[in-house]
Design a protein around this ligand. Sequence first.
Ligand SMILES: [Zn+2]
Length: 442
Amino acid sequence: MIISGQVVTLQGVVAQQIEVDPAAGLITRLGLHLGAADWEFSGLIFPGFIDSHVHSREFAPPQQSDVPAWRRYQDHLMRETWVAAARAALQGGVTAWLDMPDHPEPPMCQATHTKKWTLMRDLPVTAFPAVAIGPNSEPVPGAPHQLVIGHSPSALTFASANEAAAVLARYRGCHIIIPCKGYNEGGAADGRSRACHTPEAQEIRTITTALDWKDRFALNLHLAHISAAASLETIIDYNRGKSADSRVTCDVTPHHLFFSTETLNQSDSTIQDLLLTNPPLRSELDRRRLLSGLMDGDIDLLASDHEPHTLTDKLRLHRCGVPHLDTMGGFVGWLLQVAGFTPVRIAECFSAVPAHIWREVFPGHGQLAPGKRADITVLDPDVQTSVPFPGRAGLGAGRQLCTRCGWSPFGGRELPGSIRAVFVGGDLRYRWPTEESALLER
Ligand SMILES: [Zn+2]
């Protein structure tokens, strides 16, 4: 199979062809005159996007006879399922994601991790479960682990740094993801008080604590969703003079790059509730510094932190987090067309670099090159993504949000870019606009 168009590699953007061996699911050659094209695309041909932080909410089902557990399971499925998240991922150009373990049945050891991974293996995109760290958890060799510094007390969060450090001693040398949230120093985390969660000083404290643990336990540390300029400067200071292997890596979300407290000040209370996140939106200066940090490479990755809370969760319970998977293509279009990113930088921060950091779980992903997986995302920056408000039409003819929660923080906006096709392992899994989108129905 031969695909023709503007191909984005780490060297640049070149009009050329990609030859794919569909049986092996691999790219065999890149070049100018490989043969008659099976697919010819306008727009940009990227390596499949890799999302390093997705909350897909589904987990291994409990026994139906355990009524409270079954109800809790059904409640989570209202927000998202693996299949719905996979469809949303394809619509956003995402071909692989790292699945976060914050749900009632988190994988916390080899057996529970294998159970969840087995259930996720048949999805139309690659999804790998990260492992939760709790007081009684065990390391899973090769897997990324997540440790949450407690914003609200649960089996997965630690009330103090000392408790967490005692457990981390078992995780020497492991890959650890720590979200930039803070200890709950301001009392109970209920209702609107969560709006002011993780003040900047707490976020910095979390980062310096995590960096101290990195040194003490030789952790392979990744800091998830940094939100403040001061956080980035702390990370840059730590990394100064360090080799590539001993650096800490970090990511930033679309919402911290697109919205700020200025957006909140200009919005009504509904929009303010929808944009509640933890860490919260920061100032316009912070937002601009994060954009330049991602552009320069001081921030390693773009990661969605896709959190599919329902509108009831958001408007009545004031839950933190926003869904993103469906709109990642439009958002990348915005990075290219408005924020001034080059296609090569997108291919780095949303494909090659995450594939390198998580190389044990996504081997062969992340680049358009011979021998690599034929995960390919075609984005047309000249076609707008019209993002719908809940219950209204949008995204372009025949397209709706696939996420079960059914809304987007970009609702009512036009994003300057749209995903046209996605191949996973050389297999066409998403095409728009044509009837071939029906491939998604499973
Ligand atoms: Zn998260």
